[in-house]
Design a protein around this ligand. Structure first.
Ligand code: G6P
Length: 466
């Protein structure tokens, strides 16, 4: 049986310098390693992923000369690095993948000003194509005959088509972790980029999504751009959080220490929590404005509730993200100066990426706010209920893929409606214990019923069926 191959931009491992100057491997950031990791470890998959920074590059250079068959072996993972020129990588990652495709798929553009698809952007598109080709080369060199290849996400949309030509023996699927947009939103992309993107994706044997909504939007785009018969088989397989791993973290001494510190800060007040990357699609600002409106309309809650925002930097190469992070801090300062008293700071902003601290916050919430503008799935909405100690309530955007499975047990919101979000948060805080306990227990039941290994098997089956 050939080893399966996972292919993603961000890999399972990241490297940093230890105190003694040596390179230390740590688990990569982001949701992909949480959802794909257990299956990749169990089946001994080779994971083809980019070297993201200088430390990664150095670790990668140590193996590209043939050691371990070209893979870094660590923590049960086999990482086969892809090393590309820095400038080219930046154009692929910052300009095309995150600066254009991400905005398009999540409906984030402020169309009166942006995007501007000029000659500079078209050069970046060439880099996107070149980096996809470098990934395709790495897979073609690495994959054993007849191997199953699980391509991941919008960064690598062209790899399926490239491999179909070079290695027809491989059985490929592409899983898209984002939402997908409708044809009119996709039509913002330059015509030739939109058709190359979709044609590249249809080169994979099957294309998967977390929600049926995204799968049907994708098929609509294929019909509109490529013609009536062009839509490839799609499949829907919502990923799930790793219950065992998460609960082990929640039960750890490090998490307990963070929780103790949080308890000292919050006292006997109720706590609203959000845990997110500082990311435009996460809708962090409207969450604060909703909190402000809640305090305006519900004077009885003033001094009685704290909003803990555990948000951490992301995609710092994009000026919009830097500006958004600044706006987050400004709005927090503004609202804290409006509402604070000697005894109460209404919003606690924690802008560091501290995993144990975030899990501690998930244990402590009374209301978990997950209000993305649009989101492929949203793992936080799953992780919260699995570790929460207080039968808290989840307020969830109807635009998140996670909504499909969790809808009956959460309070749904239109993420653009600040007043409705304020009302939903207040309703969560007011909820009588019996209602909260019932909903929280049903949520946990839904979430415990699935596992990353089962999800991984669905991805493999979809690729192997072709
Ligand atoms: C989303 C994408 C992932 C990505 C993650 C973090 O969930 O679907 O592919 O890894 O965001 O973003 P980053 O740019 O830091 O990898």
């Amino acid at each position: 049986m050939p080893s399966p191959v996972v292919v993603s931009n961000r890999g399972p491992l990241g490297f940093a310098r230890g105190a003694d100057g040596s390179l230390v491997a740590r688990r990569g950031a982001g949701g992909l390693v949480v959802t794909l990791g257990p299956g990749a470890q169990r089946d001994g998959a080779v994971w083809v992923a980019a070297a993201l920074d200088d430390s990664d590059r150095e670790a990668a250079r140590g193996v590209t000369n043939g050691a371990h068959g070209g893979a870094v072996v660590e923590d049960g993972f086999r990482w086969r690095p892809v090393l590309v020129d820095r400038g080219q990588y930046q154009a692929y990652y910052d300009v095309v993948a995150n600066g254009a495709l991400w905005y398009c798929l999540h409906g984030l553009w402020d169309l009166s000003r942006r995007p501007r698809f000029d000659r500079w952007w078209r050069d970046a598109w060439k880099s996107y194509r070149a980096v996809n080709a470098a990934f395709a080369d790495a897979v073609a060199d690495t994959a054993e005959p007849g191997a199953t290849v699980l391509l991941q996400d919008y960064h690598l949309a062209l790899v399926g088509r490239m491999l179909a030509g070079r290695r027809p023996d491989l059985r490929t699927s592409l899983f898209v972790h984002t939402s997908w947009c409708g044809p009119s939103e996709l039509a913002v992309l330059p015509d030739e980029a939109a058709s190359e993107l979709l044609d590249g994706m249809t080169g994979a044997g099957a294309v998967g999504f977390h929600s049926a909504r995204w799968a049907s939007a994708f098929s609509d785009c294929c019909r509109a751009v490529l013609g009536s018969d062009a839509a490839p088989p799609t499949f829907v397989a919502p990923a799930v959080a790793d219950v065992g791993d998460l609960r082990a973290t929640a039960a750890s001494a490090a998490c307990q220490r963070e929780l103790d510190e949080l308890e000292r800060l919050v006292g006997d007040r109720q706590l609203i929590v959000r845990v997110d990357r500082i990311e435009l699609s996460k809708n962090i600002l409207r969450g604060f404005w909703a909190f402000d409106e809640m305090l305006e309309t519900r004077p009885d809650l003033r001094g009685k509730v704290v909003f803990g925002a555990f948000v951490y930097p992301s995609r710092q190469g994009l000026s919009d993200y830097l500006a958004y992070g600044q706006e987050v801090r400004t709005v927090v300062d503004l609202l804290n100066s409006k509402w604070s008293t000697d005894a109460w700071t209404p919003i606690v902003l924690d802008p560091d990426d501290r995993y144990h601290r975030s899990v501690a916050a998930l244990r402590r919430y009374d209301v978990l706010l997950v209000n993305p503008v649009r989101d492929g799935l949203n793992l936080v909405a799953q992780e919260g209920p699995l570790v929460n100690d207080r039968h808290g309530t989840v307020v969830l955007s109807r635009q998140a893929g996670a909504w499909d499975a969790l809808e009956p047990h959460v309070l749904g919101v239109n993420p653009f409606d600040v007043s409705a979000t304020a009302e939903a948060m207040a309703a969560g805080l007011d909820r009588p214990r019996a209602l909260r306990v019932g909903a929280a227990e049903r949520l946990v039941k839904v979430l415990e019923d699935s596992s990353p290994l089962r999800w991984w098997d669905q991805l493999r089956d979809a690729a192997e069926r072709r």
